[in-house]
Design a protein around this ligand. Structure first.
Ligand SMILES: [Zn+2]
Length: 450
C-alpha cells in the first residue's frame, strides 16, 4: 500500500493509553495502525520517542476577523494553534466587527476567514436580547451554538441576556440541537460590589468586585432556567470549583449541562497579578491557590468536560492602564494549552494521556458535533500532532505566532514540545515551519443521528 504519510515508531494515544505503533494516512484518513507497517509513503515522518495525539479542538477563541486586525487575525491565531498541537477551532461572535449576530455578519466572518486559516474552523453565533429572530438563520449557516453573556460583555453592542431572552434562546437553540454557551457571572452582584467598593484602583480592588460567588450565583440561576426551558447549556471558562460541583449535581439530575475551564486557571493563582499585572486580567479572574488546586482535583476526577484557551487578545496598550478596571479582560494563550496540560497535568499531577485527549479532542468534538478524532484510531480523520514529551523549553515572546507577541504564558518552563501537526493528513506545522498555503476549511456541525 502507498500511504500519503507514514509516521514511524511513535507512541499513539489510543483509548486504552499510549502504545507503540506506526500510523499510515491515506486520503485524509488514518488508514492503518500497527507495528512495522509495510508499504511506502509519499512522506515518512520519524517519531521515535514521540507521542502521536489527536489534533486538539479549541472551541473558544477570539480571532476577531473581520474588523479588529490589530488584536488578532485568523491567519496569526490559526498558526499559533497549529504550533500548539490544535487542528480545529471555533471563533467567537465577538470581538469581530460586525459581531456575529445574524446571517449577514456570519457571511462576513466566513468571507474574512476563508483562505486565511491554517487549520479547520467553525463559528459561534451570538445570542443577545436584540437577535432572537436571527438565531434560525445562524443555525442554518452552520454555527456550533450561541454564545451569550449574563453580565457585561466588554462590548456595548453585545448586550447580556435577561432571563426571558435566555429562556427563549434555549428553546430555539434546542430545536436545532445546539447549545447555548454562557459567560456566567452574576451582573447584579458585580454591580452591587462596584457600587460599594468603586470601580477604580489596582488588581486587589478589581478582584473584590468579581468573587467566585458571582459565578456560583449565575450558574444556579442558569440551572433553574434550564429546568423549565430544556435545551443544552455549556458554561464558559469556569474558574470556581463550586461551579464544577453545581454542574456535576445538575448533570446527575439529568439536565443537559456541561462546562469548560481554561489554562490560566490551571496554571496560575492570584499571586501572578503582583508580577504581571494587567496581562493576567480576565473575567472571571484567576483565583486563589486553594481554588486552583481544587479545580485540578475536579479535573482529574473527570468533572470538567473540556479545556479551551479562551484566547482573547488585544494590543499591549490595552493591558497596561493605571486603573485595573479599564484594562482589557482577556488572556492571550491558545498556543500554550497543550503545553500547560502536559507540563502541569500529565507530568506533574498524573493526568492520564487518555483523559488529556478527552479534554482537548474527544469531548469538545462530541459536545459540538465536530468531526475529527478522539483518539488515534483507524478510520478517523487524520488530525494529529506529534509531541516530544521529554523536550523542555521556556516560552519566549519570539516563539509566539500571535499578531501581538505577548502572552500570559511567556516565561513558563514547559516539558513536552509539539514537533509536527497534521490537519486532515496535511502537514501544517513542522518544527517552526508552516504549510505555504492556509488550507483550513469551514466545518459545520454534523447532523445528529437521533
Ligand atoms: Zn471568550
Amino acid at each position: 500500500m502507498i500511504h500519503d504519510v507514514l509516521i514511524r515508531d511513535g507512541l499513539i494515544a489510543a483509548s486504552e493509553g499510549l502504545k507503540a505503533a506506526d500510523v499510515g494516512i491515506r486520503d485524509e484518513v488514518i488508514a492503518a495502525i500497527g507495528e512495522d507497517l509495510p508499504g511506502k509513503a509519499v512522506r515518512e515522518i520519524q517519531a521515535a520517542g514521540c507521542w502521536i495525539l489527536p489534533g486538539g479542538y479549541d472551541s473558544h477563541v477570539h480571532f476577531n476577523d473581520p474588523g479588529r486586525p490589530g488584536w488578532e487575525t485568523s491567519w496569526h491565531g490559526s498558526r499559533a494553534l497549529a504550533a500548539g498541537g490544535f487542528t480545529m477551532y471555533s471563533d467567537m461572535p465577538l470581538n469581530s466587527i460586525p459581531l456575529t449576530l445574524d446571517g449577514a455578519s456570519f457571511d462576513a466572518k466566513l468571507e474574512a476567514t476563508r483562505g486565511r486559516a491554517f487549520v479547520d474552523y467553525s463559528f459561534w453565533g451570538g445570542l443577545t436580547p436584540d437577535n432572537l429572530d436571527k438565531l434560525e438563520e445562524l443555525a442554518e449557516r452552520g454555527v456550533v451554538g450561541f454564545k451569550a453573556f449574563l453580565c457585561n460583555s466588554g462590548i456595548d453592542e453585545f448586550r447580556p441576556v435577561d432571563q426571558e431572552t435566555l429562556y427563549r434562546g434555549l428553546r430555539i437553540a434546542a430545536q436545532h440541537d445546539l447549545p447555548v454557551f454562557l459567560h456566567a457571572e452574576d451582573e447584579a452582584l458585580i454591580n452591587e460590589r462596584i457600587h460599594t467598593l468603586g470601580s477604580s484602583g489596582g488588581y486587589r480592588e478589581f478582584l473584590a468586585t468579581r468573587p467566585e460567588e458571582a459565578e456560583t450565583r449565575a450558574v444556579e440561576a442558569v440551572i433553574e432556567t434550564l429546568r423549565s426551558a430544556g435545551g443544552r447549556v455549556h458554561i464558559a471558562h469556569v474558574s470556581s470549583p463550586e461551579v464544577v460541583r453545581l454542574v456535576a449535581r445538575a448533570k446527575h439530575e439529568g439536565l443537559n449541562i456541561t462546562l469548560e475551564t481554561v489554562p490560566q486557571y490551571l496554571a496560575f493563582d492570584q499571586s501572578i497579578f503582583s508580577s504581571v499585572g494587567g496581562f493576567a486580567k480576565s473575567c472571571p479572574p484567576i483565583r486563589s491557590r486553594e481554588s486552583q488546586e481544587e479545580l485540578w482535583k475536579l479535573l482529574l476526577q473527570g468533572d470538567i468536560d473540556s479545556v479551551s484557551s479562551d484566547h482573547s487578545p488585544s494590543d499591549a496598550s490595552l493591558k497596561q492602564r493605571d486603573n485595573f478596571f479599564e484594562i482589557w479582560g482577556g488572556v492571550s494563550g491558545c498556543q500554550s494549552t497543550l503545553n500547560t496540560l502536559i507540563s502541569e497535568g500529565v507530568h506533574q499531577r498524573r493526568l492520564s494521556v487518555e483523559a488529556l485527549c478527552r479534554l482537548i479532542a474527544g469531548n469538545p468534538r462530541k459536545l459540538l458535533r465536530m468531526p475529527g478524532p478522539a483518539f488515534i484510531e483507524i478510520g478517523s480523520q487524520a488530525d494529529l500532532t506529534i509531541l516530544d514529551p521529554e523536550v523542555t523549553f521556556t516560552l519566549r515572546e519570539d516563539d509566539l505566532y500571535y499578531k501581538n507577541q505577548f502572552s500570559l504564558f511567556t516565561g513558563m518552563r514547559f516539558k513536552g514540545q509539539v514537533q509536527t501537526t497534521l490537519n486532515r493528513g496535511h502537514v501544517v506545522y513542522d518544527r517552526e515551519v508552516f504549510s505555504e498555503v492556509p488550507e483550513g476549511r469551514f466545518i459545520r456541525p454534523t447532523k445528529n443521528d437521533v
